[in-house]
Design a protein around this ligand. Structure first.
Ligand SMILES: [Zn+2]
Length: 80
């Protein structure tokens, strides 16, 4: 038996239920520091912290979905 549903953290699209670790607004940026270690930011807080984050952790993976900020959520955005 093979496990096929392995969670791929970096590739996970952000959902409406994902919230900024700073303020609780909807998160649009995920900064992945390693396995099971990530930070979520709203657009505002990512913009504020990006210079420091990138200076201290230049090799982190960043999933930036800020292009979706003003899009209407689809009805199936939180499906599954
Ligand atoms: Zn925030």
């Amino acid at each position: 038996m093979t496990i096929t549903a392995e969670r791929v953290l970096q590739g996970d699209p952000l959902k409406i239920a994902d919230r900024c670790d700073q303020c609780g607004a909807q998160a649009f940026v995920r900064v992945v520091f390693g396995r099971n270690r990530d930070l979520l930011f709203c657009g505002h807080h990512y913009q504020r912290h990006e210079p420091v984050l990138m200076a201290r952790h230049p090799y982190v993976n960043v999933v930036d979905e800020r292009h979706r900020i003003n899009q209407k959520p689809s009805l199936s955005a939180n499906a599954e």
